[in-house]
Design a protein around this ligand. Sequence first.
Ligand SMILES: Nc1ncnc2c1ncn2[C@@H]1O[C@H](COP(=O)(O)OP(=O)(O)OP(=O)(O)O)[C@@H](O)[C@H]1O
Length: 336
Amino acid sequence: MDGLVVAGVGVSFDGDPAVQDVTLELPAGQVLAVLGPSGCGKSTLLRVIAGLQVPDRGTVSFDGADVTGIPTHKRGFALMFQDGQLFAHLDVAANVAYPLRRKRVARAKIAPRVTELLNLVGLPGMEERGPASLSGGQQQRVALARALAAEPRLLLLDEPLSALDRALRDRLATDLREILVCTGTTALLVTHDHDEALTAADRIAVMRDGRIVQQGPAADVWQHPVDERAAQFLGFSTILDGSGADRLRPLLGAGAGRRIALRPGALRVDPRGELIGTVRSAATVADGIRLRCEVEAIGEVQAYAETGTTLAPGDRVQLRLVPAATAALPEGPAGR
Ligand SMILES: Nc1ncnc2c1ncn2[C@@H]1O[C@H](COP(=O)(O)OP(=O)(O)OP(=O)(O)O)[C@@H](O)[C@H]1O
């Protein structure tokens, strides 16, 4: 297969397994997000792929060739970290040009390429700025331009947006996706942020306790979390079974399953809504009014109303279920 194949990789530190039997596929030209909580082994896995960590077992291959024993600088991969790690003493142009100089690209070709890369990441005309004069988001854009400069066969991104605030992170995740797609870059991103993973990636692998518990196209993983813990990690806030799931199943149609996961926006106040709830609390948030509602046969759930709606504890409301914000969970015990 063209692209990255990780097969049976394991790494232990002093006998404690950090990565266990990880197998991953990333087809050329696609973006894979490895999504998992802090300490699950994401960075260790990324370091193995980069060649910075020797695995105890397993192999890393790229475009059909085993690269497990190849040193980092000979893999043709690029790395980008949470804090960009720009060279503070070099201006933006020199930072972006750094990999080109190392590759001994002809001097006359470097300046136009730097201009092109800065345009690509949305920083036209910033060549002479110093890293310290840039915002956190701008610094990450420069780091991305630098990582892309040498046209890596594979771009490895370790929590590239985690140091940024939420609004900026959302915008940059969208831009990152566009930039990776339009340059045809094969990229692997590790993150603990499900929104970032869904925005940026074609494929998602969910990692937990050193293992990949689920992987596939982003939409499949999103719609069919493998278990309850994966669902929670993917941003589903409520898991219903028993009478709660029975009440919702007719609203979801065939294939709804016996356990149903709801995202925070799955229930909306709507006069045509099929469910009746009693408001327990209401709080104004950025995108509307967030309610806790008691719904018969379901219990207390989160719901949203449009900004400007006046609601108080004790009010009766009709709630509409948004099927796209639900997922079917497999039956059986909660995830490990
Ligand atoms: N060089 C090391 N020596 C010893 N233990 C390590 C080393 N690197 C990582 N570990 C341990 O391996 C486990 C996985 O760490 P890793 O950094 O890969 O997780 P992570 O998912 O990337 O977490 P985070 O997002 O917090 O960085 C942790 O228990 C960590 O303490």
